[in-house]
Design a protein around this ligand. Structure first.
Ligand code: ATP
Length: 273
């Protein structure tokens, strides 16, 4: 951990609207440099909206509040400038360019980096994280498996050499062995100095890798604390880990099916019900 006292990212009183619908209300949080922060919450809580707001992909949002990265205001900034400032984003659903090869997808990810040597070093690092991407360099990305596409999407985001990586539900729909692999890599990425803000419905896995976290409910932050505090929090336990705590940890040997992956990766509890 570099310096946990320095907030790399700071949100203060952020409010985001979709037309008349207020999707985020007065959200304030900080992400300390060199840490992994997890955003927990059920479907529709506003998790993806939060990441989209930080990246400036939602037109005219946030309507209120400020977002500061390394002390510089980034709210209202164009997404490309935010990327150049050092934030990479892997949206939900592993979006890769299906017609481009694995290697071309990774090169596209490096578009903000001018230094070729540095790009080569980063590519080696990405190949170390995900050896399968080195093996499949010439394969069109659209023909990769779901898990491989997720690795490519994360690898492509890393090619931009970000200081902060935003990951939206990286475990969704992955087989259990891959879920574990992706989380191992998230913790390796953090250990190598990249700060991570992670949206995750799989609270167990998310809290295992995270240093701290928050719970979003109906667009508002309702709980925040260290990962240990969240694990011990009764509300978090009941809403997000209740089912999982009675389900044995998925093992690669016993259950590698997509259904098994969904069971291990999702723990949907509707807060409204
Ligand atoms: P999930 O885990 O299901 O992805 P989430 O916590 O990421 O959920 P968001 O996708 O951020 O939740 O959605 C927050 C709220 O904003 C929801 O009520 C959703 O219906 C609404 N919303 C999201 N995108 C739009 C949009 N483009 N237009 C209108 N409303 C939207």
């Amino acid at each position: 951990m570099n310096n946990p006292a320095t907030p790399l990212l700071k949100l203060d009183g952020v409010e985001t609207y979709y037309g008349p619908l207020r999707a985020l209300s007065d959200v304030s949080l900080t992400v300390a440099e060199g840490t992994v922060k997890v955003i927990l919450g059920s479907n529709g809580a506003g998790k993806s909206t939060l990441l989209g707001t930080i990246m400036g992909v939602l037109d005219g949002q946030p309507q209120r509040g400020t977002i500061t990265f390394r002390g510089q205001r980034i709210d209202g900034m164009a997404t490309e400038k935010i990327v150049r400032a050092g934030i990479s984003y892997v949206p939900e659903g592993r979006r890769v360019f299906p017609e481009l090869t694995v290697s071309e997808n990774l090169r596209v990810g490096a578009y903000t980096v001018r230094d070729r040597q540095s790009t080569r070093r980063t590519l080696e690092r990405v190949h170390d994280y995900f050896p399968i991407l080195a093996d499949r360099q010439t394969q069109p990305a659209g023909t990769l498996s779901g898990g491989e596409q997720q690795m490519l999407a994360i690898g492509r985001a890393l090619m931009n050499e970000p200081e902060l990586l935003l990951l939206d539900e990286p475990s969704l729909g992955l087989a259990p062995l891959l879920v574990r692999q992706v989380f191992d890599i998230i913790s390796q990425i953090r250990d190598e100095g990249v700060t991570v803000l992670l949206v995750e419905q799989n609270a167990r896995m998310g809290l295992k890798v995270a240093d701290d976290g928050v719970v979003l409910e109906g667009g508002e932050l309702v709980v925040s604390g260290t990962a240990a505090e969240l694990v011990d929090n009764d509300e978090v336990e009941e809403l997000y880990m209740g089912a999982a705590s009675t389900t044995p940890e998925p093992s690669a040997e016993s259950d590698t099916s997509e259904r098994g992956a969904q069971r291990g990766a999702r723990n949907d509890v509707d807060l409204e019900s």
